[in-house]
Structures are given as structure tokens and as C-alpha cells.
Design a protein around this ligand. Sequence first.
Ligand code: NDP
Ligand code: 2IT
Length: 448
Amino acid sequence: MALKNSYLINLIENVKKRNQGEPEFIQAVTEVIETLEPVIEKRPDLIEAGVLDRLVEPERQIIFRVPWVDDNGKVQVNRGFRVQFNSAIGPYKGGIRLHPSVYIGIIKFLGFEQVFKNSLTTLPMGGGKGGSDFDPKGKSDGEVMRFCQSFMTELSKHIGADTDVPAGDIGTGAREVGFMFGQYKRLRNEFTGVLTGKGLTYGGSLARTEATGYGLCYFTKEMLAANGKSFDGKTVVISGSGNVAIYATEKATEMGAKVVALSDSNGYVYDPDGIDLACVKQLKEVERKRIKEYVATHPNATYTEGCKGIWTIKCDIALPCATQNEIDGESAQILVNNGCWCVSEGANMPSTPEAINTYLANGVLYGPAKAANAGGVATSGLEMSQNSERLSWTFEEVDEKLKGIMTSIFQACDSAAKEYGMEGNYMAGANIAGFLKVAEAMKAQGCV
Ligand code: NDP
Ligand code: 2IT
């Protein structure tokens, strides 16, 4: 989409100049700013209050050394990050990514997206994100623990239950959250809801593990229903085989779909009989093995090296649940050519701008990440509420609330898109609806 508003054109130019070498951050900002043009034309007061200029600059960025000792007694050094992006509507909230590709540009893009996503959840959470270039793959439990303790030793100075509440993301699951929580408690001598995604024996919420994948399916179900469609009898391709992919597979299958493929960063499996999720859970959640092991016990399934090829599998619905920019323009075109008519995003920013243009040009129902995958952080918000009142709710209670939140997110995207003359463009709707709440709060609080 080409911008016409000169203020916004200058704003993006400035973001590009000030954030060189951070293409993911520039990509995330550009997408949002482009869809805000009709709002800005109607709301000069927001420009006057400097809301946009402030919105594209994180409130605080913390970068620190994370030294730890490996199993051979050798000192290793990683880099840790926490970007506290925006606290206009609540304490900073967002996950911690542990992956060798992490650098400040990735954390800033994720933190920026989180601001709008958290606003859409209807809960009082600002946006933040953290992480490290540490790779948990192939490390022993002891190494992961020593890394997490070192990471938290510094991070603990900057977070708190009413300040900034981290959680999981790629490479950070229950094990890592547990080690980080233990270290925070030891350092501060306080037992608080400083992290979410905690284990059920020490303050975690039921349904948080399932929440992102389930929430993705609840959102997608609403989007499909609004367009006279459903999951029932549809063929679905899901990328990734981590937390989000596993529980998206579970819920989509429960809703009557057949999930035929999953992947990891090495390759993908195609099972025409439908993915056997019990096997995937055992391989991935228990044994921490590669997805290619699946074919050893499933003779009808095939494994192909390389992850991009997963988008050449014929499907009705694609749910990318692995990582950013995993669907480029070429893959999007192949999906469309093969008859795919819905893409809904479990991962953060999995589609490149070219891919998104391809969806929109071909009438593909497109559920954008910051709306479609908001169920994880929404349930983190529910974990914070339970921690505050020192009670825990049943699985059914949390799941019902999650469904309600995902339905209201879809409705907010749908009505904002309609109000600004872009009916059916849920990306524009998500950006606008997420933005307006944060913008009003920033304006009301003055120039801070
Ligand atoms: P996990 O670490 O549990 O799983 C990540 C999966 O994606 C793995 O299968 C991994 O394969 C694959 N993957 C990671 N990086 C790449 C890559 N560069 N290329 C190809 N595949 C890759 O993470 P989650 O399931 O939690 O996260 C998946 C996505 O969902 C991320 O974009 C995350 O930001 C987003 N998300 C997560 C939420 C949550 O609550 N966990 C909430 C909202 C969004 P391998 O094992 O080979 O690395
Ligand atoms: O991208 C995300 O929304 C997450 N990784 C979840 C963040 C959270 O605080 O639960």
C-alpha cells in the first residue's frame, strides 16, 4: 500500500534512518503505519500529541551480558535483551525468545507487535519482549538452568509483577520459565506473578499451554463463520511443531479439520491420513526430537528436508506457526494456485509484505498474527489475574474466557475494518483497533 500522507511518509523515513540494520522492525512498523493512514486523516489531534512519533520508539531497551558455564567447565557468553516498548495501558508484557537468530531488531519487532496485540486482548497489558541468542537445542538441562539463572540475575533488576511480566516464546517453554521463576524468587525473596506460563504447582494457569494454538483456532473459526465457512472437513497445513503448532493441530482436528503437515527448522512431514498428534507430542514435548522421526512409525507419511516446501502441499487453510517471514510472495502464490483460501497466523509476522499482498489480491481470508495469536498473551493476562487474587480457575473457566476474548478480538477487527472502509481486511482492522486504545491512553497521559 503506497502512503499519501506526508507526515506518515516522513515518519517511516525517519524510522528507517534510525533503525538501520533492523529489517524486521522496519517491516513491522511499516505495515502498521500504512494501515493507519485513514485514522490519522481523521485524527490530527493524535499527530499533535506526538503519539505516533512516540509509538515507534521503545520506552526502554536493555542489553546485557549473560555468562554461564557449560558442562565442560568452559565459560560461554550470550547476549540478553529486554525491550520495554509501551506501558500506556498496563505493565509491559511479552515473551522471551531463545534462538540463535535473536538480535535487537527481532526483539524490537516482536515488542512493537505486542503493543497492539495486547491492546486487542481487552486486558490491561502494555507491550514488551525479550530474549537471547542462546540456543537451548542440544544443551543439557543443567546448561539450560545455568543460562536461565544468569539471564534472570540481570533481568530481575528490570521486571516485576506490576512493572514488566515476561513469558515464553520460541525456545522458552515450561522448563525455562521454571528456572527463571526460581531464580527471581531467590534473588528477590518474593513469590509473585512476575512471569507467566508457570508450572501448575507454582502459580501457573490451566489452559495457558494450549492457549495460543486454541486461541488461533477460535479466532479463525469466527473469521470463517463470518464468511459462511468452517473448519469442518477442511484440509489444513500447519508449520512448526512447537507449542503453538501442537495445540493448533489439536483444536483444528477437534473442530473437524484434517491437519496433514507439520514442520521444524529442518524439514516437514506430510501425512495424508492426518497427523497423529500423540506421536508428535511424545517426540517434541517429551523426547525433544526432530519431526523427521515421525515417519519411522507412520509408513504412509513422508519427510522432506527444508521447511519452505510445506507451502506446496495442497490445502484449504494454512496456519503458519513457526517463525517470522516463513511465507514469502512465491510461497503465497503457490498456496493460492493450489486452492488455499484462508491463512491465519499463529507465529508472529510469518508472512512477508509480498505474501500479504498476494492474499489480499486473491481474496484469501487473512487472520493477522497480532489478532489471531493473541490467545497466548490473553491467557497470560488471566494468569496474572489469578496470581493477584491468589486463586486458580478451572480449565473450563479459563478456556471460556479465552473463547470470549478471541471472539471479541475478531469483532473488533471486523468492525474497525468496516468503519474505515476496508471491509474484510482484518489486518487493517487489527492494527486500527489495537492502535486506537493505546493512542487514546498515550494522549491522555501527556508527553511521557
Ligand atoms: P517453540 O519453540 O515451541 O516452537 C517453534 C517451532 O517453530 C519449532 O518447531 C521450530 O523448529 C520452528 N522454528 C523456529 N524457528 C524457525 C526457523 N527459523 N525456521 C523454521 N522453523 C523454525 O515456539 P512457539 O510454538 O511458542 O512459537 C512459534 C511462533 O508462535 C513464534 O513466532 C512465536 O513468536 C509465536 N507465538 C508464540 C506464543 C506462545 O504463547 N508460545 C504466543 C504468540 C505467538 P526447531 O525445533 O527446528 O527450531
Ligand atoms: O508473542 C506472544 O504473544 C507470546 N510469545 C506470548 C507472550 C505472553 O506474555 O504470554
